[in-house]
Design a protein around this ligand. Structure first.
Ligand code: RP5
Length: 182
């Protein structure tokens, strides 16, 4: 029987620079904002479910091969005990950005503390809980890639200008917004 992980590996087509991983499909509703932001900026990336607790061997294989496959940054999202970012960081020298998911009764405080409190020696750059963290992980990853990829730095600059222009075009909150087109 074909190893499903080997079959999946064959679907790694383009040459992704960023690996976006998450502990569960239930994290996708939040992490799709990370993937959308990377796509908007033109950052080649792959997205995979990798669970620290349910698929530890797959996690080791993924993180252990990330560098040799050409990835430059790993973004890892997890909720609850949230071991995924730290364990991924333990298996790769690549920078790992952690995004805490608010998937439990603790609204992400558990995941935030788990991800941010890495012991000295194995860092995980920790972002905000939930959607803002998902988006910012993509922006921060792009800024890091921009050091060596000028086209990505310029894409980030354009997006920043767009965000600024949007606020400056709507400075009075008493003025209703124009109706959006369906
Ligand atoms: C974590 O447990 C996942 O990252 C997810 O945020 C949380 C709940 O997972 P499911 O039980 O919804 O699969 O590992």
């Amino acid at each position: 029987m074909t190893d499903p992980r080997k079959a999946l590996a064959q679907t790694f087509t383009a040459e992704p620079l960023v690996g976006v991983i998450m502990g569960s499909r239930s994290d996708w509703a939040t992490m799709q904002h990370c993937s959308e932001t990377l796509a908007e900026l033109g950052v080649p990336h792959e997205v995979r479910i990798v669970s620290a607790h349910r698929t530890p061997d797959w996690l080791m294989e993924y993180a252990g091969s990330a560098e040799s496959r050409g990835l430059q940054i790993v973004i890892a999202a997890a909720g609850g005990a949230a071991h995924l970012p730290g364990m991924a960081a333990s298996k790769t020298i690549l920078p790992v950005l952690g995004v805490p998911m608010d998937t439990t009764v603790m609204n992400g405080m558990d995941a935030l503390l788990s991800i941010v409190q890495m012991p000295g020696g194995i860092p995980v750059g920790t972002l905000a809980v939930g959607k803002p963290g998902a988006i910012n992980a993509a922006l921060l990853a792009t800024a890091m890639l921009g050091i060596a990829h000028p086209e990505l730095r310029e894409a980030l600059r354009k997006l920043r200008q767009k965000v600024t222009a949007k606020v400056l075009a709507d400075l009075d909150p008493r003025v209703p917004l124009p109706p959006t087109k369906a």
